[in-house]
Ligand binder design. Structure first.
Ligand SMILES: *Cc1c(COP(=O)(O)O)cnc(C)c1O
Length: 365
């Protein structure tokens, strides 16, 4: 038997809905028409409920959050040129840009919010710029008003990578309802998940129409009308999403409680928890802390690892330093922060005793 004080504590654990709820949906697939994909009834219901929850005009579910970004670019007619973006994100943001044969132009981040620094965007605009792609990092909103102003002035579309933005409201509206297009990920580790999955939100009907066409090979009424790809989400993904959505308030509240316990214990340390705006926006998918320097971060990791606790360096490295990124513009804030930021374990079911144990180790570094 595993010693109860020494069970491994990972950075995250997937939320699993009550088995009976998941199972009863599966039962209805088996008992009814056996449909597993291609716009089945569960996917249609999932899309309706997500659209209602976020109040975005259009929502289109796809296979994952990376394809959501790729399709967002394509739906805006972008298949080359420069995309102004943030170097402080998960690698998928830049992968999607590069995979679509575009050039990422990195603009450094705001040291407070860790989102793209809107005051530095305009000087990065050239006649090759095709879009601005911001990331609401850890659920913290980008400077939406400033970005909107710059975009309008230069006639550029705005895309938000909202992989961390589900459940977050900004000015009374879902954060995912901003921008010309916003994408989300429903990967197993995200706040709401469909095992693998993602989606694209848009307020532009022509973009929504194109997405629906593109995600199923460009086929409309059995005719191949334009270039498409396969990005269809399955019925099983939709079932998982629907079951989890039933519990979303409880999931959010539990996670916020965990953040508060971390906050209260860590207030006695030199660490800087990234809680600017967290309570205002109820960001609870990650608990990032910024160490004074990288050496201290590495010391903390080895102490925690000795106790079978596994935080994660997230996001590291700064994306402008990746070996396959050609334009190596320096982003000093992003490079500095990514060298000394980490996320602490945070998941539904993480015990208060363990949270305090983690925080104590960090206080006594
Ligand atoms: C998770 C994530 C993605 C990718 O989503 P997948 O569903 O895993 O493809 C994109 N951007 C950010 C910021 C993410 O955290």
């Amino acid at each position: 038997m595993i010693d109860e004080f020494n069970h491994p504590i990972p950075i995250t654990k997937n939320y699993l809905p009550p088995f009976e709820e998941f199972n009863s949906c599966l039962r209805s697939i088996w008992d009814c028409n056996g449909q597993l994909t291609n716009d089945g009834p569960f996917l249609v219901e999932f899309e309706k409920k997500i659209q209602a929850y976020t109040e975005a005009e259009y929502f289109c579910a796809v296979t994952n959050g990376t394809l959501a970004l790729q399709l967002a670019l394509r739906a805006l007619g972008i298949d080359n040129g420069e995309i102004i973006t943030s170097p402080f994100s998960y690698v998928a943001t830049v992968s999607a840009i590069l995979w679509e044969h575009c050039v990422p132009v990195f603009v450094d981040i705001d040291p407070e919010t860790l989102c793209i620094d809107a005051s530095k965007i305009e000087s990065a605009v050239t006649n090759r710029t095709k879009a601005i792609l911001g990331v609401h990092v850890y659920g913290h909103p980008c400077n939406i008003e400033s970005i909107d102003k710059i975009a309008k002035k230069h006639n550029l579309p705005v895309i938000y990578d909202g992989a961390h933005a589900f459940g977050i409201k900004y000015k009374e509206k879902s954060l995912l309802s901003y921008g010309d297009v916003s994408t989300c990920s429903f990967h197993a580790t995200k706040l709401l998940h469909t095992m693998e999955g993602g989606g694209v939100f848009s307020n532009l009907p022509e973009v929504a129409d194109r997405l629906i066409l593109m995600r199923k090979f460009g086929i409309s009424k059995e005719n191949c009308v334009s270039l498409g790809i396969n990005a269809k989400a399955s019925e099983i993904q939709a079932v998982m999403g629907l079951c989890n959505l039933e519990h979303i308030d409880e999931i959010i509240n539990k996670r916020l409680e965990i953040c508060e316990i971390y906050d209260s214990v860590l207030s006695a340390s030199t660490l800087r928890p990234l809680n600017k705006g967290r309570n205002e926006y109820k960001c609870c998918t990650y608990y990032p802390v910024i160490f004074e320097n990288e050496k201290l971060l590495l010391t903390a990791f080895s102490r925690l690892n000795e106790e079978n606790i596994f935080p994660r360096r997230y996001f590291y490295p700064s994306l402008n330093t990746l070996p396959y990124v050609k334009n190596k513009d320096h982003c000093l804030v992003s490079e500095d922060i990514s060298s000394r930021i980490a996320c602490l374990p945070l998941y539904y079911g993480l015990k208060e005793r363990d949270i305090r144990r983690i925080a104590k180790i960090l206080i006594n570094l």
